[in-house]
Every structure is written in C-alpha cells, then in structure tokens.
Design a protein around this ligand. Structure first.
Ligand code: A3P
Length: 290
C-alpha cells in the first residue's frame, strides 16, 4: 500500500509474519537452539495484551520494588525482545537472570523452555480490546501499515494478517502446551481488577518473597498513571522512524471495554461467532467489560 514505509513489511515465514528490517528469518530460526538456564524468565504475549505492563512489573519484582531500576533504562533494554535482529549474541553472553520478551508463536521459541527449563509468563487480554488497541497502534507505529479505517483493520485482524498473526491461534497454541513448561497464565483484566494479587502471584511463581513494602512499591510504579509519566516505561525515547510520537502514545487508554466505543453491532456479532467457534475447546474465559 502507498502508506507503508518501504523498509518495513510483513513477510510470511513458516506461517507467521515477521517484519522486514526488524526481524530476520534466519535468526528467528536459530532461537529454538538457544540454551536455556533455569533462571531465564520469558514474557510471552500477543501484541497489545499488556506486554509493556508485564515488563515493568517483572523488572520491578526483580529489583524488589526499587523504581530506580526502571528509571535509568528503557523497558526494552531491561527486558529485550528475542526476535529483534542482533539479539542472539547478547542473549548468550548476558548474566543471569535473563529476562526476555517475545510475541513469537510456540514453535519458534527455545526448546529448553519446552523441557521445563526457565519460566514463561503468558499474558492474554480480551481480544476485542486487543483489536482496538492494535488498531490505534497501527496508526502510530511506523513499522506497521496504517489502516484505511477501523473496518479495514477489523478484517485484517480477523484474518490474522497482522504481526502476531491470528490471536486465536496464539492463545490456543501457547495455552495448550502449558504443561510442557513452567508456565504462568495471567490476564490483562486480572491486572486491572487487582494488580496487587497478580504481583503477588508472579512473585510466588518466581520464588521471590517480597516484603509488604516492596510489593506496594512494585504496584505503585506499575500503575497506568505512573507508567504514562515514566518516559523509560512507555517508549517515549524511541525514534520517530519507529513510533511517530505526533500520532499517538504507547500508554494510550489502559481500560477494559474500549471495544464498545469502536465495534459496530454487526462487527460484534461476527466477532462473537468466530470466537465461539475458535475457542470452544479451551477452558478460558475473558472479561469484556468492567
Ligand atoms: P490501550 O491501547 O488499550 O490503552 P502492549 O505493551 O502489549 O503493546 O500493550 C499495550 C496496551 O497495554 C495499551 O492498551 C496500554 O495502554 C496498556 N497498558 C500498558 N501499561 C498499562 C498499565 N499500567 N495499566 C493499564 N494498561 C496498560
């Protein structure tokens, strides 16, 4: 399309899309061979499901609530993406604990994770809000094609023609393999409803026992308000060639149910039909409104 920056393009690779100029297929194919340590922690998400939120929480838990640990470094440097070009060398030589993040499908990630080495925190969000958040993100992220309008994006999302591919496949595949991994499943809506409980649950999963004060600090510095005003936490320093800061902000709205302000009745009916069909074998439920 004429609005897409020519350097960035969705390129199909093993039934997944990569973004050219951001990911390299050869490198992504190597990831499964990376050696995993027991202390490795991976955050896995479909895009727009609260990735940056979990990155903030995890780095704060690791720092026992000390906010300085999240103020002197970009989120993406504290918890880097494994699929970005150049990440392999850095991964191999990094000291423990290695905290990493990925949107990749299950089939691409290190085999060690599938043998119960390391830990995986999977964050899922109700897919109607994911769709809306992703729509706004496409208008603001220069590496993604600007949608013509909401309906155009709705179609692309339902067909899985976006980075991350099909939301249904992502959640289904990861969730159905949960018993092969040290796996914690968290939802965005749980974090909205009771952030403190989720932080406790993650600390327990990681075997990190925080004091009341440390827990309170983690929670305080992970609120939407504090993250929105923490430039390191919300990609404000990323260059305009990747994120056009004139067109949007990473910390956009942070609510449950914004889809109601975007979906038409017929889009909603269509979505519900697809959802019923694709999710019928999964024991997962989502909160659509709070
Ligand atoms: P919205 O666009 O709905 O506001 P990701 O990091 O996976 O790309 O997800 C980004 C989404 O998570 C955005 O959703 C963003 O506002 C939301 N988010 C990030 N930090 C949050 C927080 N502390 N509280 C609530 N929502 C948060």
């Amino acid at each position: 399309s004429d609005t897409q920056t020519p350097d960035y393009k969705l390129v199909p690779h093993r039934q997944f899309y990569l973004i050219s100029g951001v990911h390299s297929p050869e490198q992504v194919d190597q990831i499964q061979n990376w050696e995993i340590r027991d202390s490795d922690i991976f955050i896995i998400t479909y895009p727009k499901s609260g990735t940056i939120w979990m990155q903030q929480i995890l780095s704060l838990i690791e720092a026992r609530g000390n906010v300085m640990a999240t103020k002197d470094q970009l989120t993406s440097e504290r918890i880097p993406w494994i699929e970005l070009i150049g990440s392999e060398k850095e991964f191999i030589s990094a000291p423990s604990p290695r905290l990493r993040v990925s949107h990749l499908q299950y089939k691409f990630v290190p085999l060690g994770l599938k043998q119960k080495k390391g830990k995986v925190i999977y964050v899922a969000r109700n897919p109607k809000d994911v769709l809306v958040s992703y729509y706004h993100f496409h208008k603001f992220a220069e590496m993604l094609e600007t949608p013509k309008d909401f309906n155009d994006f709705f179609g692309k999302f339902m067909e899985g023609k976006v980075y991350g591919n099909c939301w249904f496949e992502h959640v289904k595949t990861w969730y159905s393999h949960k018993d092969d991994m040290n796996f914690l499943y968290i939802t965005y809506e749980d974090m909205i409803k009771d952030l403190r409980s989720v932080v406790e649950q993650i600390s327990l999963f990681l075997g990190k026992h925080l004091t009341e004060q440390e827990l309170a600090n983690v929670v305080e510095h992970s609120t939407f308000h504090n993250m929105k005003h923490n430039p390191q936490a919300n990609y404000q320093m990323v260059s305009d060639t990747l994120l056009n800061h004139q067109k949007g902000t990473f910390m956009r709205k942070g609510t449950v149910g914004d889809w109601k302000n975007h979906f038409t009745v017929s889009q909603n009916e269509k979505f519900d039909r697809v959802y019923q069909e694709k999710m019928k074998d999964l024991p997962l439920t989502f909160v659509w409104d709070i």
